[in-house]
Design a protein around this ligand. Structure first.
Ligand code: ADP
Length: 521
């Protein structure tokens, strides 16, 4: 004969089991399954479900079930929605009917449903329902049993949702940290590195695996630093007591792990524990190499441009005030020569201003406006050589174009500017004279134009930089030669506006050849 189950004892055992499941951090699904099993057994039911409210859409979905097949779940989800509409109106008489309809839709054998909401801090989180194949009048004991299980389940669901939210938050933060363009490093209060991100690896050359666990001083090795370092301010009491500390910024040149130097700015921010004790230090690291370079470029630009402007202005002023002297009589020859100088210098000023304006326009708009027409580059080359050959007696000029050079759609004024710039440079940077050759070649698809000199040449590592805005090679000759470092920047912009390319081949001490290639169509 079967012994009748000792209800209070079994209920207590089940409660203990559920509690154990919750505290041993079993996955929520498993906790729900155990609750369901206990509820169904204790209420002598046939079918049980736990439905939870989805945090995104606010609807209820079955999350655990027993005594039914999986195919029934979509139907149950639908019925749940109807029930919850009713329960929202507080009409529980109808709730009973709805639950019965739900039971009938599952199986004709089910005659009764006992439901209990899962509530935590007044928030409905879900519903626990047990269906029975017989009907008995509502029993207080049944309700109490289910209530005790529902109470525990609500805690488990609340914790799980909290955990999930924290987890999502953590993942979001980890993604921000990993993909941030700034380097990030987290230190403990003894300045040991706990975590770094990808940008940090790229900036310092230290991979996370190697950096984590090291002390700050092993990884952040300044070659030059502009003010106190973190250690100094720590010694002065920074990061000792909340809330005295603010962020601390240092800037300098860092020796990377691979021996290269990089300019960095680091902002250290203190983080205190809940007891107000020093916890972590968060370092935000920014690569300021480009900023430094831009600053340097600006300084160079200001000094070059003011120098370039001052020379013609001084000449114009000198000649004009000489001509204007009341105590002197100038013959027509001197007057003409002086006026010619004034005109020439004024032209140079206008050209310089024009270059500056074009450069700033290109920088702002990132394009050059073109007026296209059919242009023969060999003819432009010839005309420029003719003009330039009268300017220098130290250089010989040669032309090297094949016959039937094709015309291309391009902007004559802009290309003349390109050729003139290349020729000016060829003369400027071959102070000992030599031959300057202007020539070209063509294929079915494109035309190439070149200017070759036998001058000082350009070192390999400088060859890509000479096309940058305001960049001038740092050598004796450049210092002595007038220029703003704008010429090749404009040349490149104009050629690229024509969908062309520009390049240079050069051997230091032997000479350079600048090529540009433009498409024929
Ligand atoms: P600028 O001549 O005004 O300095 P550019 O932009 O025309 O500026 O040229 C940039 C730098 O490239 C020059 O300062 C010079 O050092 C180098 N360079 C240009 N053309 C030549 C050349 N033909 N031979 C050697 N160096 C050159």
């Amino acid at each position: 004969m079967l012994a009748l189950p000792d209800f209070p004892v079994r209920q207590r055992d089940f409660l203990l089991e559920i509690l154990r499941a919750i505290t041993s951090q079993l996955e929520l699904g498993e906790v729900l399954r155990r609750v369901l099993r206990a509820s169904v057994i204790m209420l002598a039911g046939q079918v049980g479900i736990v439905a939870l409210k989805n945090q995104d859409d606010g609807l209820f979905y079955v999350r655990a079930y027993s005594g039914i097949n999986a195919e029934k779940i979509p139907l149950l989800n639908e019925k749940l929605r109807e029930i919850l509409d009713i329960s929202a109106t507080g009409d529980y008489a109808d709730l009973e009917t709805q639950l019965m309809a739900m039971a009938a839709s599952l199986s004709q054998e089910l005659k009764q449903a006992v439901a209990m909401p899962l509530i935590f801090a007044n928030n409905p989180l879900g519903l626990l329902i047990v269906f029975r194949s017989y009907q008995v009048s509502p029993d207080l004991n049944d309700v109490q049993i289910l209530q005790s299980f529902a109470f525990q389940t609500a805690i488990a669901v609340h914790n799980a949702q909290l955990y999930e939210r924290i987890n999502q938050e953590r993942q979001r933060l980890a993604a921000i940290l990993q993909h941030s363009g700034d380097g990030v490093m987290i230190l403990d209060s003894a300045l040991n590195i706990l975590q770094v991100n990808r940008a940090f690896e790229q900036m310092t050359g230290w991979l996370a695996d190697a950096a984590v666990g090291c002390n700050l001083d092993e990884v952040i090795t300044w070659q030059r630093i502009e003010q106190d370092d973190l250690r100094d301010v720590l010694a002065q009491g920074w990061f000792q007591q909340k809330p005295a500390s603010e962020t601390f910024y240092v800037e300098g040149d860092l020796l990377r792990r691979d021996g290269l130097i990089v300019s960095l700015g680091i902002t250290y921010a203190p983080l205190f524990t809940t007891e107000g004790k020093p916890g972590n230090i968060i370092a935000n690291i920014r690569d300021i190499t480009n900023f430094r370079r831009a600053q340097e470029m600006q300084n160079v630009f200001i000094s070059t441009v003011s120098h370039e402007l001052r020379t013609p202005v001084a000449l114009i002023k000198g000649y004009a005030s000489t001509l204007n002297r009341q105590d002197a009589q100038w013959n027509m020859n001197v007057v003409h020569q002086s006026l010619a100088v004034i005109e020439e210098e004024a032209d140079r000023l206008a050209e310089l201003i024009d270059d500056l304006l074009t450069a700033s326009k290109i920088q702002a708009e990132r394009k050059v406006a073109l007026q296209l027409a059919d242009i023969r580059l060999d003819m432009l080359g010839e005309q420029s050589v003719e003009r330039f050959s009268t300017q220098s007696s130290r250089h010989q000029f040669a032309l090297s174009f094949p016959e039937h050079f094709p015309a291309i759609q391009s902007d004559a004024r802009r290309l003349r500017q390109v050729i003139d710039n290349l020729l000016t440079n060829a003369i400027k940077y071959s102070p000992n004279g030599g031959t300057i050759t202007v020539g070209g070649r063509f294929t079915d698809h494109n035309v190439t134009f070149f200017v070759r000199d036998e001058g000082v040449g350009i070192q390999d590592h400088e060859q890509s930089r000479i096309f940058e805005r305001f960049y001038r090679v740092d050598n004796n000759l450049t210092t002595k030669t007038k220029g703003t470092g704008l010429g090749l920047y404009l040349v490149k912009a104009i050629i690229e506006a024509h969908n062309g390319t520009i390049s240079v081949k050069s051997t230091p001490g032997k000479g350079s050849t600048f090529y540009f290639t433009l498409p024929r169509d």
